[in-house]
Design a protein around this ligand. Structure first.
Ligand SMILES: Cc1ncc(COP(=O)(O)O)c(C=O)c1O
Length: 426
């Protein structure tokens, strides 16, 4: 091999992995163990003191999870990564490393609904508050920044779909105010968008979706871009101040450009505990091996179905940036030239009743609250995830009575279109 870096397809299969040193096993073994035997007392002391890398206990590190961590760091172009139990755990541990009680962060108003809840309600218990900004208006993020703002948070492609974020514009604002930009890259995956190339500092993922890709395991990932200078910055004490738990070690000084990932692991994961099961890490790793193939097919199929629906007499609108007429099409060409992913929304002329009838009549599409499966999925938010809101609140959240969300799978698009057409008739 030359010095040239391997391509994305190669990294998706090989990054972080090697034949098992003990057995020669070619697939990454599932190290289904809670704990690891120390070589001797000195070895144990050096592991506990962070003087040596190695395994103590699976809540903190595990060799199967480590392969997943190296692989996502390679695919995103980061310095290090951390595998955790869910996408929400990834968001939470990220904020735990950045925020102190009384601190604030600015978040895009176009986010997965669970993140909006987490930020609005549960985070209050930690004394963290969120200021919402308009995803389509980068200036609104800058206007929301105060001296206590510790991060900007957005999604690259926003769930429930159709929204492309101008990451570079948000990064310019973040850099101007010297705060990190955190990007949730769940919907795009590094196959479609690599946020570090547009100025992001930290990436989080729900690996539950397209990275795992088969609807069989919950998981989350945090990737450190290595770009933010934590050392000497008293606003970020987790990274920049001496840690009493580690004999006064300053993580940003000892670990340099992966100090953030270390802080998430040895302070967040160790103390708060949302560890990923090695079995789930194995399933997510297996999923990632086919990520490029799957994301391309998801995107191609979604464009075919979106085009079909945009001319359907029962449909009033389709929001998918791959469509030339879409308001985000120009941003999509800039940020995600290979395709716009699997997920999009559309409106039914028949409103709420038509939405309920559609989800009940489909044969191939599964009616459930998830995205990023090989199978095509559908949800009518007004009668499910958003049913407790008033009609006005539903519409403001992009979940009006007529709205349907699809996550297009890997089936033959002709079969998906036939299923939709049959269910939309009569
Ligand atoms: C964009 C996005 N981020 C985060 C999450 C939360 O992930 P998890 O369900 O793995 O906790 C989701 C879940 O749907 C999501 O769509």
């Amino acid at each position: 091999m030359t010095d040239r870096l391997p391509g994305f397809n190669t990294l998706a299969i090989h990054a972080g992995a090697a034949p098992d040193a003990a057995t020669g096993a070619r697939a990454t073994p599932i190290y289904q163990t809670t704990s690891f035997v120390f070589d001797d007392v000195d070895h144990a002391a050096s592991l506990f003191g962070l003087q040596a890398f190695g395994n103590i206990y699976t809540r903190i590190t595990n060799p199967t999870n480590a392969v997943l961590e190296e692989r996502i760091a390679a695919l995103e172009g980061g310095t290090a990564a951390l595998a955790v139990a869910s996408g929400h755990a990834a968001e939470f541990l990220t904020m735990h490393a950045l925020m102190q009680p009384g601190d604030e962060f600015v978040a895009s108003n176009k986010l997965y609904g669970g993140s909006i809840n987490q930020f609005n309600h549960s985070y209050k218990n930690f004394g963290w508050s969120v200021a919402w900004a308009d995803n389509d208006d980068p200036a609104s993020f800058e206007a929301a920044i105060t001296p206590r703002t510790k991060a900007i948070f957005c999604e690259s492609i926003a769930n429930p779909g159709g929204v492309i974020t101008d990451i570079a514009a948000l990064s310019r604002i973040a850099k101007k105010h010297n705060i990190p930009l955190v990007v949730d890259n769940t919907m795009a995956t590094p196959y479609l968008i690599r946020p570090f190339e547009h100025g992001a500092d930290i990436i989080v993922h729900s690996a539950t979706k397209f990275l795992g890709g088969h609807g069989n395991s919950i998981g989350g990932l945090i990737v450190d871009g290595g770009s933010f200078q934590w050392a000497g910055d008293a606003r970020y004490p987790m990274m920049s101040q001496p840690r009493p738990e580690y004999s006064g070690m300053v993580l940003a000084e000892t670990f340099g450009n992966f100090g953030f990932a270390i802080a998430c692991r040895v302070l967040g994961l160790r103390d708060l505990g949302p560890a990923l099961s090695p079995f789930n890490a194995f399933l997510i790793l297996t999923g990632i091996e086919t990520l490029p193939l799957r994301m391309q097919r998801h995107s191609d199929n979604a464009l075919t179905v979106a085009r079909h629906l945009s001319t359907h007499p029962a449909v009033s609108w389709v929001s998918y940036p791959g469509l030339e007429s879409d308001r985000y099409h120009e941003l999509a060409r800039r940020y995600t030239p290979n395709g716009c992913g699997a997920v999009f929304t559309f409106g039914l002329k028949g409103g709420y009743d038509a939405g309920v009838k559609l989800v009940s009549s489909l044969q191939l599409f599964s009616h459930l609250a998830n995205i990023g499966d090989t199978r095509s999925l559908i949800i009518h938010p007004a009668s499910t995830t958003h049913r407790q809101l008033t009609d006005a609140q539903k519409t403001a959240a992009g979940a009006g009575p007529d709205v349907v969300r699809l996550s297009i799978g890997l089936e033959d698009p002709a079969d998906l279109i036939e299923d939709l057409d049959a269910a939309l008739v009569g």
